[in-house]
Design a protein around this ligand. Structure first.
Ligand SMILES: Cc1ncc(COP(=O)(O)O)c(C=O)c1O
Length: 339
């Protein structure tokens, strides 16, 4: 029976969903959303705060400041509240309302930037604001998830060994990329593994993390409007880019089976499914990392008006979702259950 006294002391690390019945390919999903911060970013947040404490950078009057699309902000809010630090999150207008409210409920301040940077994202504007804060008062401590080695080390120490323990014959690992912390931690670990593991990075279309054209991205989490400083592409075998429409379809497909995941998970699952349909064999061992859960996306990915306004009326008309709803499935599902 786990008994904890700090919220970050609990993190479910050994839960996998067998997605074969949903995506029709052998794919196990490592679920990273079952902790009090609700996402994988708790691991990076914890590691970065602990290392700043060890190095004497964080003092009782420090104000932690960080640029985040939301999930790291929630994790840092929780840790800061638990340890008695103040925290200011610099985010942007794509941050979900519920995510912002969560940070405020935990006692943090949230600053939202609205001006796009030169790559059509908000990251440049967020970083400029963080730098100006740090220059204005030396009580601000910027952990800088984009450059902090604790970000990837957290996954080298925990996420990758947890996967390795349960899948000693792993062939391919799908990892979503934002700061590239998860990707680099896992890729570095499996580089030393006893057998080769194919590392497939999953990015969103419109992100410039691996190069390519910048474009509109409305779903926070994965993707970057600059090259991630932590990224070393020599560890990555392949990169897949996923359209937001496909992210949304993957989220709804899983939701129709009772698994409500978030946008980052939808992106990784969509990329993995597409890769497996090109390369997969029935006996391949494939794992994808699910960084988040779905509740924070109820007013976006799971809200019809938001979807139709941004992606058009046909967004949910794909074959895959229709298949999930087929009336002659063994277990009848909507719409034929409704009166
Ligand atoms: C929900 C979620 N998933 C995935 C990522 C990306 O993970 P990483 O920053 O380790 O690349 C983020 C980044 O902020 C995120 O918030």
């Amino acid at each position: 029976m786990p008994v904890i006294s700090a919220p970050h002391d609990f993190n479910e690390g050994h839960l996998f969903v067998d997605l074969k019945p949903v995506v029709d390919h052998p794919l196990y999903l490592k679920c990273e959303g079952f902790n009090f911060a609700g996402s994988i970013k708790l691991k990076a947040a914890n590691e970065m705060v602990e290392s700043a404490e060890r190095d004497g950078i964080l003092k009782p009057d420090s104000v932690i400041v960080e640029s985040s699309s939301g999930n790291l902000g929630v994790a840092l809010s929780m840790i800061a509240a638990s340890k008695g630090y103040r925290f200011l999150c610099v985010t942007d207008s794509r941050c979900n309302l519920s995510t912002r409210l969560l940070m405020e409920a935990l006692g943090s301040r949230v600053h939202i930037v609205a001006d796009l940077d030169e790559n059509g994202g908000f990251l440049g504007t967020r970083l400029e604001y963080v730098r100006s804060l740090c220059a204005s008062d030396d009580r601000y401590v910027w952990l800088s998830q984009y450059t902090n080695p604790g970000n990837w080390q957290a996954h080298y120490r925990t996420t990758a060994p947890q996967i390795a323990r349960h899948f000693p014959r792993l062939d391919v690992l799908f990892v979503g990329t934002g700061t590239a912390g998860t990707l680099m931690g896992c890729a570095r670990y499996f580089r030393q593994w006893h057998r080769p593991v194919r590392i497939v990075a999953v990015d969103s279309v419109g992100s410039v993390a691996f190069g390519g054209e910048p474009g509109r991205r409305m779903i926070p989490g994965l993707g970057m409007s600059m090259r991630p400083p932590l990224l070393d592409e020599s560890y990555v075998n392949e990169v897949i880019r996923v359209e937001e429409a496909d992210t949304i379809r993957a989220c709804h497909l899983m939701a129709r089976r009772g698994f409500l995941f978030g946008g980052s998970t939808g992106t990784v699952v969509s990329g993995a499914t597409e890769w497996l349909s090109r390369h997969g064999t029935p006996d391949i061992t494939a794992v994808a990392i699910a960084p988040d859960l779905g509740e924070r996306y109820l007013d976006t990915i799971y809200q019809t008006n938001w979807l139709q306004d941004l992606y058009g009326d046909q967004i949910l008309d794909g074959d895959d979702i229709a298949t999930a709803l087929e009336p002659d499935d063994p277990a009848p599902r909507e719409p034929d259950r409704w009166p």
